[in-house]
Ligand binder design. Structure first.
Ligand SMILES: C[S@@+](CC[C@H](N)C(=O)[O-])C[C@H]1O[C@@H](n2cnc3c(N)ncnc32)[C@H](O)[C@@H]1O
Length: 284
């Protein structure tokens, strides 16, 4: 069989299983298996049995409804590559808005060696990117679940990062007592509502529920994190959150009622209000 024949078979199989971007997904699998940027530049090249086996295995896994990112086992975020698979949330492009917000804060306020804490760290995409991008920063990452924590540790290693990873529950006040004097606390916590959880796209259903569900109205983590962790932020230090479409007013109220000021929102590339940054007024 040639590469082109194999490619056509795979696209056909994926389309039969209603995979939306069958051509794109097949090409990504080909790039991964053949380790070439443009595998179809050699359309008539014969494929080996082991290549056919690998390609079909990946196509089958994709057709079972698993996200392409899990099939490939890694995904890019900002300038870095992160290992992903079952048990960890795939880094999303909208989360890069949080990175932009924090780099902006660090630059504008000339923070020399900021102490930054990433709560609900998952793959570590936020913590690791910030640690790599901000010279002399000290970055900590907290994640509760074993499966995600393993990816966090692996991604720290793979990216030669100095992030300090801690396995702990961010909803515990006891955990927060061990972390004090941070310049910035950042979090992209689970924020889907009970209603949204009922209508998840098939690929998203393959991601851990513990990374998605934020309580009935999706706001449990904002209420609890803001209240529990405000003592860990320095006076005039920052908190930065990502949240879901339409949650900005509620998150603003939560921040105001916990004495945060200078509340600023940013939109993601789809023009959805996606992140907030705010400063802590005084010792609370
Ligand atoms: C929306 S994901 C974000 C992951 C990553 N920060 C990102 O932006 O891609 C939320 C993460 O919070 C973790 N998590 C959920 N409940 C937690 C808790 N009580 N304590 C610590 N981490 C928790 C989940 O395992 C998941 O990795």
């Amino acid at each position: 069989m040639t590469r082109l024949e194999l490619y056509r078979n795979c696209v056909k199989t994926m389309k039969k299983d209603s995979i939306d971007n069958a051509e794109f997904d097949t090409m990504c699998i080909f790039q991964d298996v053949f380790k070439e940027k443009n595998p179809l530049f050699k359309p008539n090249e014969k494929v080996s049995d082991s290549q056919i086996y690998k390609v079909y295995n990946n196509v089958e896994y994709r057709c079972e409804g698993n996200p392409l990112q899990y099939v490939l086992g890694e995904w890019d975020f900002w300038k870095y590559t992160f290992r992903v698979g079952e048990g960890v949330l795939i880094p999303r492009p909208e989360t890069e808005t949080l990175i932009e917000n924090i780099l902006d804060i660090v630059k504008k306020n000339r923070l020399e060696s900021p102490k930054i804490l990433d709560l609900c760290s998952g793959s570590g995409c936020i913590a690791i990117t910030l640690e790599k991008e901000i010279p002399h920063s000290e970055v900590w990452a907290v994640e509760k679940f074993d499966s995600a924590f393993e990816y966090l540790e692996e991604n720290i290693r793979l990216n030669n990062s100095m992030v300090n990873a801690v396995k702990a529950d961010v909803l515990s006040a006891e955990t927060s007592e061990k972390f004090r004097d941070f310049d910035i606390i950042v979090s992209n916590p689970p924020y889907l509502t009970a209603e949204e959880m009922k209508n998840l796209q098939k690929e998203v259903q393959a991601e851990p529920k513990t990374a998605l569900f934020g309580g009935d109205d999706g706001l449990d983590f904002y209420r609890k994190i803001t209240f529990i962790w405000k003592k860990s932020v320095k006076k005039n230090g920052w908190i930065a959150y990502e949240f879901g479409d339409g949650q900005h007013d509620s998150v603003k109220k939560i921040l105001e009622s916990n004495n945060f000021y200078n509340i600023k929102f940013s939109c993601d590339t789809q023009n959805i209000i996606r992140t907030v940054t705010a400063q802590k007024q005084e010792e609370i």
